[in-house]
Structures are given as structure tokens and as C-alpha cells.
Write a protein that binds this ligand. Sequence first.
Ligand code: DQA
Length: 155
Amino acid sequence: MNVVSTKVLVLHGPNLNLLGERETGIYGQVTLADIDSQLSALAADLDAELQIHQSNHEGELVDLIHQARTWADAIVINPGAFTHYSIALHDALRAVALPVVEVHLSNIHAREEFRHRSVIAPVALGQLSGFGPDSYLLGLRAALEAVKRSRAAHP
Ligand code: DQA
């Protein structure tokens, strides 16, 4: 029997390219390349195919979300600061209607009040926040489980 691999778009938003040097007290020493290689290793174990992109530009993230509709089964996104105000990302995620998992390295609910609100959360299946790089790994697992459940429900 052929195992159908699950395709997941992983998006990193603004400033996440500076992980490892940026506010290490909050975000730790881990670099984005480290996170991407942990994600790729987990994806290989779980028979998933990933496309991973980082962008500091809202419009580029919108374009990548649009492109995902012809390819991806799910999206894992750390929208960075766009989490808190980007209606454009909210609308793009709603438009493509793929299962979305929102992830954050830090616990946004334990930080400044302006970070408590996510405009992405209403279009996500759920949010993993505060587990450092594990937020991404748990987020990928959650996305893959969601796709599996929906395939079982609509074979
Ligand atoms: C972040 C939290 C956001 O509030 C912040 O703007 C980021 C990173 C996180 O991963 O903890 O850039 O999304």
C-alpha cells in the first residue's frame, strides 16, 4: 500500500531570521536553521513533506499562504509580531481554508499585554505557545494528526 505523505507549509514571520542573537533571554540560543533541521528530522520520521519559509514581509507571507492552497495539506505558522495585528494574514489563512496551527517560542500570554491578543488564533485549529523550539515540533505533530483525522473522516 502506498503511504500518502502529508505536505505541510511551515512559515516563520518577521525577525525570526535573527533567532540565536535576538533577545536570547526570551527566545534562547537556538537558531532558525536549528529549528528547521529539527522540523525536517521529525517530518522524515512521520512521513511528512515540508516547505519552510521565513519572511519579514507581510505581503510575501500572504503570497506563500495563497500558493499553499495548491500544494499543502496544512500550515504551521509563527507569525511573529504579525500575530497581534495582521488582518491580511488572518484573511489569507481563512481564504485557503487549510488546517492551521499557530506556534510561538515564547508564551505570548505571559508577556506584554499587546502580545496577549492573536488575530490568527480564530482561524487556527489551536496555538502552541511557550515551549521554545518544541512549540514548532508539537505544532507539526498537531497539524499531521489533524490531517490524518480528516482523511479518516472523508476517505
Ligand atoms: C513570537 C512572539 C511575538 O509576540 C513576537 O513578536 C515574535 C516572536 C514567538 O515566537 O514567541 O516575533 O511569535
